[in-house]
Design a binder for this molecule. Structure first.
Ligand code: DO4
Ligand code: MG
Length: 273
């Protein structure tokens, strides 16, 4: 079952049909027994055969948070980029610590949806997409669904000084989510793959893949840490870190197209502005 958000509200895709829902998004994602409720909605009518409307980012008042250095590949890349700033072993310590790195990424209103442009900072020279599994977590700390996230990052800023992290990570167009939220009451299997492709002038200029078995910590562990001392009355979205890092000589350019696929969620496509 997948949830889409459109201008007329949430739409459920289930049992081969699209079911417009009356619930406002924020109330919907926080419903007790969400999956059971959606199954009942889908069983009650055949739904519409198509969804032709443009999709909005599947988010309302939820904050977006992100985990960092959650894959070995990310640890290696951060250690290399920050070695001249004295950060050579800094990220190794982050990776090995009991406490995960968790940072604020975006307010819901700043998130871009499927098809909307993501941005690179004018004052950065090394910008990359970070394709990440995004957890949809309700107000009670339960993982109710999964979507695809792009944690756009300015690697030169973050490599210059780890305290630049908020500027490297939080700016207009730095976070994309979508196209849908896959609602399920069981975790995704470890062999679920995450695939990145960047297209420039019709050519693939960057590609990579990983899978969830490469994650250093489980989704449930990350959520447990995030909710320890912080409440989320509307729920939140938690990006789970990147396991795909483009080669060091790659930087995004305006006009590129970023495609991130996590089957069975779908493919998130965003042009770079
Ligand atoms: O510590 C810097 C950010 C790490 C990150 O965003 C990632 O590993 O995905
Ligand atoms: Mg990231």
């Amino acid at each position: 079952m997948k949830l889409y958000l459109t201008a007329r509200g949430p739409v459920l895709q289930a049992n081969g049909g699209y079911h417009p829902l009356v619930d406002p998004w924020d109330a919907l994602v926080n419903r007790v027994e969400l999956a059971d409720y959606l199954r009942a909605v889908a069983a009650a009518s055949p739904g519409e055969p198509r969804l032709d409307e443009p999709l909005l980012a599947p988010i309302g008042a939820q904050e977006v948070w992100a985990a960092g250095v959650a894959y070995l590949r990310s640890r290696a890349a951060r250690m290399a980029e920050s070695q001249h700033a004295g950060g050579g072993d800094f990220y190794d310590r982050v990776y090995g610590a009991a406490r995960p790195e968790l940072f604020f990424k975006a307010a819901g209103w700043r998130v871009r949806g499927h098809g909307e442009p993501v941005q690179i900072r004018d004052d950065a020279n090394w910008s990359v997409p970070e394709p990440e599994l995004a957890l949809y977590v309700n107000a009670r700390g339960e993982i109710v669904g999964y979507t695809i996230g792009n944690d756009m990052s300015a690697r030169d800023l973050e490599g210059e000084n780890p305290l630049n992290l908020p500027q490297a990570k939080i700016y207009d167009g730095s976070c994309a989510l979508g196209p849908a939220v896959l609602v399920r009451d069981t975790p995704l299997p470890p062999d679920t793959s995450i695939e990145l492709t960047v297209i420039r002038s019709g050519e693939v200029v960057c590609a990579g893949s990983t899978n969830l078995s490469q994650m250093h910590r489980s989704p449930a562990e990350l959520v447990d840490w995030l909710y320890r001392a912080t409440s989320f009355p509307q729920g939140c979205v938690l990006l789970t870190g990147t396991g795909i890092v483009p080669p060091d000589d790659f930087t995004l350019r305006s006009g590129d197209e970023v495609r991130i696929a996590i089957q069975p969620v779908g493919t998130l496509v965003n042009p770079v502005q």
